[in-house]
Write a protein that binds this ligand. Structure first.
Ligand code: GLN
Ligand code: ZN
Length: 758
């Protein structure tokens, strides 16, 4: 008979009130001492452990907590401190730890990048700078603390060696295999110490196993886990995967580990299929990730109960741990505080705390054969949410169905549009423009606060925004830009702004999740059918246009970016939600065009973020993502010029899809990655309008004219000069006024420099 217990894989660090963030930032700014920081973070950590225990979780992870990022912790644990931080050995000082993450006067921070397909970002480990050594056994320290202070027998968490190396850079000559050789003994040592301290089970996180795993990789994994099982035979490992299905199920489940953790939410179909086909190795424990660790909705526990029943059959009596699909790090802390949401919505939410309750209830019910009352409660909540009129807008459903039947094409192809647009707009050679936002001064932020708090009337606020727009139209004319923007002063965030105006969205009070370091974001919630209510951007854009003879670009956030930066309802395929948003944006595009705004930019900086983890799944996603963009932008006149914008680098592998967007002009971040993107166009001719960012907007430094010139020269070697635009990398919202004006003046003079040459 199988044993069913409950377990967790990781808990949000940030605290209900973001105490974690506030404490660390207070330490950085010198407001609190290091000792106080330790005290405060210890409180949070212990509180989280105790909470998991109180909620009835049998297996509580320890060592998942961090002072910044768990990947950085792993690198630091193995002494992989980049040489520029001058670490001499011994215990790693907290200041060094934070310097790696944030940089200091003399040394640049380590790179940061996306954690798989989530919005969490980790610090990229730099190998090769020092000989690895164990500086601290972090999971052991965490294990002892939980045991001594709370009498909790926690299960230590360790990021697996394979995944750790897959996320690292700086292999040099040693290569991946050389580094396995160097680090494996240290992993063994850490695990041996855990075993000696009495630990029975360790959770080894290997999310890289859901990306493409080659036969060679499988060999490496075998080496790693054979060695560990031989050297530390007493310790049971739960090899934990998440975010999608296992890439090569058979090979991985037969590795010599005591348990395998599978994501049975995001990888449900494939993982289940593999379980049915190949079975599950006898004697192993299954970590069944049946509660969604990536989304905020209550689970249908009846359904998950049935799934667990099936799993007990498929695994033929294996022990099963009922657990979240991944660490709960990716969901907010507690939904209890969301009292201002409409009840149907609030009741349907499950953040980390509520998910623990679901896990405990589910596991109890399966093992005792008696359904917990939470089953009924969840079902009711979900039913009343799905009966909500906001979820049942027939006009929206019908419109989406129509869309699926039609191609979404512009009236004429680009070659025709190109000449019509050339005639209409009569722009100079290498036209100059910006990406949309201008500096959001503290004055703007405080004006918005006053208006939100009701201290300022709508009219007062509008007046203030109009003054900003007008000031910047004048500035842009003085600078000599060719295509102007209104500046986005009325927006705090490019997704939130539209979410607040589109039916179908809701905003939580405390729905924060960690994005990177102490930066937290509060994603909008798409809970209903997304509809169009009234024009959202016409007033400001029209006003800006009334002040100048130069064209003003309308500025919208694209459907895929809105989708990827929100929590999305789970009762519809993402694709359908994308089309709903796209249709609403189409109405906005049409409203702008009607109002005489005939250059319209639809930003898609998050297009790449939605890519599935396995290469073979890319095509499906890109197909509907591209279509959604085209749904928004294809109904306009041939002379109307559609722009788009993308950032966050690496576009070489999706360039065909970018082209398929059929935007008349695209501006792409280029300078931040030192122009690497330019190489993509050596092999690939790009036939539409394009502006490769000529300067990085992430630093206050005013770039030198020569830098921009060389960027443009490089670009013009591979791109059609007749179709080339000059613009910065991205929006200028976070920059100061003076540096912005100076940089843009240089940018315009660079354009003039090239114009004089022709
Ligand atoms: N239009 C937006 C801006 O200028 C684009 C921001 C982005 O790409 N992230 O701020
Ligand atoms: Zn950008």
């Amino acid at each position: 008979m199988s044993k069913i217990i409950s377990g967790n894989l990781g808990y949000p660090r940030i605290g209900q009130q973001r105490e974690w963030k506030k404490s660390i930032e207070a330490f950085w700014s010198g407001k609190i001492e290091e000792s106080e920081l330790h005290e405060r973070l210890t409180d949070i950590r212990l509180h989280n452990l105790k909470l998991q225990k109180d909620k009835g979780i049998d297996i509580i992870p320890v060592g998942d907590f961090t002072y910044y990022d768990h990947v950085l912790d792993t690198a630091v644990m193995f002494g992989l401190i980049p040489a520029r931080f001058e670490f001499a050995g011994g215990e790693v000082p907290l200041t060094t730890y934070y310097d790696i993450a944030r940089g200091n006067k003399g040394a640049a921070a380590s790179e940061m990048t996306k954690w798989f397909n989530t919005n969490y970002h980790y610090i990229v480990p730099e190998l090769g700078s020092r000989k690895p050594e164990i500086t601290v056994n972090k999971p052991l320290v965490a294990y002892r603390e939980a045991k001594e202070k709370l009498n909790i027998e926690g299960r230590p968490v360790l990021l697996g060696l394979y995944t750790f190396l897959k996320l690292s850079k700086g292999f040099d000559n040693a290569g991946l295999d050389g580094w396995i050789e160097q680090l494996l003994p240290l992993y063994v040592q850490v695990l041996r110490e855990l075993q000696e301290a009495g630990v029975k089970w360790v959770q080894i996180d290997e999310p890289a196993l859901v990306t493409s795993v080659t036969a060679e990789d499988l060999g490496r994994l075998t080496l790693i886990y054979d060695t560990i099982s031989r050297e530390v035979p007493e310790l049971s490992l739960l090899l934990q995967t998440y975010f999608e299905a296992l890439s090569s199920y058979e090979g991985i489940v037969s590795l010599p580990v005591a348990g395998i953790g599978l994501d049975l939410v995001h990888g449900l179909n494939e993982n289940l299929e593999a379980l049915r086909r190949y079975g599950f190795p006898s004697g192993k424990t299954l970590g069944a990730g049946v509660i969604d660790g990536r989304n905020i909705w209550r689970a249908d526990l009846y359904r998950q109960y049935e799934l667990l029943q099936e799993l007990t059959k498929l695994t033929q009596g294996a022990d099963i741990i009922v657990q979240p699909s991944c660490s709960l790090l990716h969901v907010p802390v507690s939904a209890a505080a969301e009292v201002s949401l409409q009840p149907e919505l609030k009741d349907a939410l499950a953040f980390a705390e509520e998910k623990l309750e679901e896990i405990a209830a589910l596991s109890r019910s399966v093992s005792e054969g008696k359904l917990d009352e939470l089953f009924q409660k969840n079902r009711k909540s979900l039913e009343s949410l799905s009966a909500d009129p906001a979820r049942n807008r027939e006009n929206v459903t019908l419109a989406v169905e129509q869309i699926l039947l039609q191609p979404s094409e512009r009236k004429s192809e680009f070659s025709v549009r190109k000449s019509l647009q050339k005639e209409k707009w009569n722009l100079p050679f290498l036209p100059t423009t910006t990406i949309g936002s201008f500096p959001q001064s503290s004055e703007i932020r405080s004006a918005r606060q006053k208006w939100r708090k009701g201290e300022w009337s709508e009219q007062q606020y509008d007046q203030f925004i109009s003054e900003q727009i007008s000031q910047w139209i004048t500035l842009q004319e003085e600078i000599g830009l060719d295509v102007l923007v209104h500046g986005e002063f009325e927006r705090t965030d490019m997704v939130e702004f539209f979410g607040e105006k589109l039916p179908g969205f809701a905003f939580t009070k405390g729905g924060w999740v960690q994005s990177y370091g102490t930066r937290c974001v509060k994603p909008p919630v798409i809970y209903g059918d997304v509809d169009f209510d009234a024009p959202m951007t016409v007033k400001e854009t029209e006003y800006a246009q009334s002040l100048t003879d130069k064209p003003v670009k309308g500025m919208l956030t694209g459907p895929i970016t809105i989708l990827n930066w929100s929590f999305v309802r789970s009762d519809l395929p993402r694709e359908k939600v994308a089309y709903q948003i796209a249709l609403a944006l189409r109405k906005e595009v049409e409203a702008l065009e009607q109002a005489g705004i005939e250059m319209i930019q639809v930003d898609e900086p998050a297009l790449r973020e939605g890519l599935p983890l396995k290469r073979e799944d890319w095509e499906g996603y890109l197909e509907w993502a591209v279509k959604a963009f085209r749904v928004s932008t294809s109904t306009v006149q041939d002379t109307t010029q559609i722009h788009t914008h993308m950032c966050y680098c690496e576009f070489h592998d999706i360039i065909d899809s970018i082209q398929a967007l059929d935007a008349d002009v695209i501006s792409i971040e280029t300078s931040r990655s030192h122009g690497e993107l330019v190489h993509s166009f050596e092999e690939h001719t790009y036939p539409l309008g394009i502006g490769l960012g000529v300067y990085d907007i992430h630093s206050p430094r005013v770039p030198a004219e020569e830098e921009m010139i060389s960027m443009v020269e490089r670009a013009l070697k591979v791109l059609d000069p007749e179709l080339f635009w000059i613009n910065p990398d991205c929006g200028l919202k976070t920059r100061g006024l003076e540096e912005t004006v100076s940089s843009l003046k240089i940018m315009v003079s660079v354009a003039n420099h090239f114009r004089e040459k022709v």
